[in-house]
Design a protein around this ligand. Structure first.
Ligand SMILES: Nc1ncnc2c1ncn2[C@@H]1O[C@H](COP(=O)(O)OP(=O)(O)O)[C@@H](O)[C@H]1O
Ligand SMILES: Cc1ncc(COP(=O)(O)O)c(N)n1
Length: 271
């Protein structure tokens, strides 16, 4: 059996719900060997972000080269990349990489703390998105990328198409977690729209949902699944992870990366 591997390039969450920690747990559950390059070390938990320390770009490069020169991954994802210099480095590395690349364009944590410097936002649009296989913005991130407000499904469709046709991604999923009503995500793959819809789960345990969702997509692309299949598996995985979320932390709690194994059982909130 060929062992598949995936690399996440992102910031950390010592409380384990988001960032690198969420990505590695997700890769493991999807039976993909997980590797990581840390961009920033973040002191955070379910209540919020307390402090952010960026690693020197030269050291981010050392980590990247250490992985790439030894175990070349079958897919890559990026999460929190705060500065222009980090983006330039990663773009330079990934321009030469012929593997699927998923961008979760993390800008602001759910707790409100900025994770991407404002001046870097146009750089992710111009430098990284053209290299990507799939971009997975939430609504505020998509609004920034396309520069129009998104409040309806039609707006989300228009945004996904623009990210592909004008910004140069191969595909885009605009996630509906921040809209009203059902949790409806829209994928545009260059040809058509596909919709992934579930009922909205009434919970505040949503710390790291976007990280986990994009990590599943990365793992599935590493295994050779199509973009559509990868997003479908991602949606199922994150829905169970939210439904069976762990009752941990005093704020926006983490999701449950083994939630899919509890399918059919009552969730903690239903018990
Ligand atoms: N309350 C919820 N119930 C069901 N699905 C949700 C809920 N909140 C988010 N999702 C789903 O979780 C995934 C991540 O979305 P979102 O929370 O918008 O991302 P982000 O963490 O980037 O803000 C999407 O598939 C979205 O539809
Ligand atoms: C290192 C890192 N990456 C991403 C997020 C976003 O997750 P959320 O929006 O759920 O706070 C985060 N809080 N920390």
């Amino acid at each position: 059996m060929k062992i598949r591997s995936a690399l996440t390039i992102a910031g950390t969450d010592p409380s384990g719900g988001a960032g690198i920690q969420a990505d590695l747990k997700t890769f493991q559950e999807r039976e993909v060997y997980g590797m990581s390059v840390i961009t920033s070390v973040v002191a955070q938990n379910t209540l919020g972000v307390q402090q952010v320390e960026h690693l020197p770009v030269s050291f981010i490069e050392k980590q990247f080269d250490a992985v790439w020169e030894d175990i070349k991954p079958d897919a890559v994802k990026t999460g929190m990349i705060s500065t222009i210099e980090m983006m330039e480095l990663i773009a330079g590395k990934l321009r030469k990489a012929d593997v699927p690349y998923v961008i979760d364009p993390v800008m602001v944590a759910k707790s409100g703390h900025t994770l991407m410097e404002e001046k870097s936002r146009s750089v992710i649009r111009n430098l990284l998105i053209p290299l990507s296989t799939v971009v997975t913005p939430n609504v505020p991130e998509a609004e920034f990328l396309v520069e129009f407000p998104i409040s309806t499904l039609e707006d989300a469709e228009k945004a996904a198409k623009l990210i592909v046709k004008e910004l140069g991604a191969k595909a885009a999923v605009v996630k509906g977690g921040h809209l009203e009503g059902d949790a409806k995500d829209v994928l545009f793959d260059g040809k058509e729209y596909t919709y992934f819809t579930t009922e909205r789960i009434d919970t505040h345990h949503t710390h790291g949902t976007g990280c986990t969702f994009s990590a599943v997509i990365t793992a599935e692309l590493a295994k050779g699944k199509s973009i559509k299949q990868a997003v479908e598996i991602g949606k199922g995985f994150i829905t169970d992870a939210i439904k069976y979320s762990l009752q941990l932390g005093n704020g926006n709690g983490p999701t449950n990366h083994w939630g899919y194994r509890l399918k059919g059982l009552p969730s903690q909130e239903e018990k």
